[in-house]
Design a protein around this ligand. Structure first.
Ligand SMILES: NC(=O)c1ccc[n+]([C@@H]2O[C@H](COP(=O)([O-])OP(=O)(O)OC[C@H]3O[C@@H](n4cnc5c(N)ncnc54)[C@H](O)[C@@H]3O)[C@@H](O)[C@H]2O)c1
Length: 353
């Protein structure tokens, strides 16, 4: 174990500070701890020294949940004051996405050594670019919490794909149903998973918005993603530079499905919220078996924190860095551009509308 890294969390809603529930079990993909404060409390190499929120209610809730356990943590209502006073090593940016960029840039200017940012990285490509420029020019590692990158069995399925267990990847087919088929709130997770399994860089996109959302427009409203009625479902086709194509169906009136099927030249892998299978074999003799999933040991945020600590200490390439997170935003915004221009094919790179 090396030096203990001083950590701070900006944004104290549930994902920012929810405590581990007593006896919480590590259910499929949702192992505890499931918040940034509880992840820093859990990961031995970090010490939470400060938290911040603009809202007195959020601070009061944080205090009632954590003051007894973490009495030394300083509480702020200004992230700039926190950064000036606390000499942080790492920061979690857990506010709404419209302020991720400014807080990240301020944190890098103040000398932090690592950034963990919630998804989506930002609400525009220009803001994502500001963040990338800030961390790259300062040589600061940044990880974006596209959660499945640290969740079993998604990790195991991706590893099998990378090892060639289904041959060469040719298609990804994803289904996301139910009211929470939301392009920006949960679609960010789905899109990152699709890009990850496709193993290439997206080059073009087509999008058709679900009925009722036709006029949403080419920009992300960045309104927090709390209301499924204001975050559109979109049917999307993505082309990649390795000739993979992804068909991504979002539909709010379908049952609540979250499933990704990755097709290779020698089989396919299917991962959903409660089952992961691999199917291989010859044409008339396909065999499907479960992908045995490792015991959950820690939640995705603790996984991301552990990775960031390692990157700060030893360098390396993040599992999901700001460039991968920007690609997600480019696909989502590209799909809106497509809808807005009469469902035409939109080639990358694009710019904010
Ligand atoms: N990875 C996941 O599974 C997961 C789950 C939920 C939310 N999220 C992401 O986490 C982030 C937060 O989500 P949310 O729904 O809690 O957002 P939210 O907008 O409801 O609230 C975030 C908190 O940030 C505070 N805040 C806003 N601006 C601030 C500033 N300048 N300084 C300090 N505090 C500030 C707000 O007062 C609020 O308490 C979003 O990016 C969201 O997409 C990720």
């Amino acid at each position: 174990m090396g030096e203990t890294l001083r950590a701070g969390v900006i944004g104290l809603t549930g994902i920012g500070q929810r405590p581990m529930a007593p006896g919480a079990s590590s259910g499929w993909g949702m192992a505890m701890p499931h918040s940034h404060v509880s992840a820093y409390d859990y990961v031995a190499d970090t010490e939470l020294v400060a938290v911040c929120d603009l809202s007195e209610d959020a601070i009061a809730k944080y205090r009632s949940d954590w003051d007894a356990r973490l009495p030394e943590v300083n509480v702020y209502t200004s992230h700039k004051e926190l950064l000036e006073k606390e000499n942080l090593d790492i920061i979690s940016v857990v506010t709404g996405d419209n302020v991720h960029a400014q807080i990240t840039v301020d944190a890098v200017d103040a000398g932090v050594r690592g950034v963990l940012c919630e998804k989506p990285i930002a609400s525009s490509l220009a803001d994502a670019d500001r963040m990338i420029e800030a961390v790259e020019s300062a040589g600061v590692p940044m990880v974006v919490d596209h959660s499945r990158r640290w969740m079993f069995p998604w990790v195991q399925a991706a590893q099998l794909v990378e090892e060639g267990a289904i041959g060469e990847v040719v298609r990804v087919v994803a289904n996301q149903g139910g009211p929470r088929a939301m392009l920006f709130r949960n679609g960010t997770h789905m899109c990152d998973t699709i890009n990850w399994f496709a193993q290439g860089n997206p080059t073009a996109v087509y999008g058709i918005n679900e009925k009722g959302f036709e006029g949403y427009g080419p920009r992300y409203a960045s309104d927090g993603g709390h209301d499924p009625d204001t975050d559109p479902a979109v049917s999307i086709l993505v082309e990649y530079d390795n000739d993979v194509r992804a068909f991504w169906n979002q539909c709010k009136t379908m049952p609540g499905i979250f499933q990704v099927d990755t097709y290779g030249t020698e089989g396919y892998i299917q991962v959903s919220q409660d089952r992961a299978t691999i199917t291989t074999g010859s044409k008339n003799n396909l065999l499907t078996r479960d992908i045995p999933h490792a015991q959950h040991t820690q939640g995705h945020i603790a996984g991301a924190v552990t990775e960031l600590v390692d990157l700060v200490r030893h360098g390396g390439t993040p599992t999901c860095g700001p460039k991968e997170a920007r690609q997600v935003m480019e696909v989502l915004l590209g799909a809106l551009h497509s809808q807005d221009s009469g469902n035409t094919r939109i080639q990358f790179p694009i710019q904010d509308a």
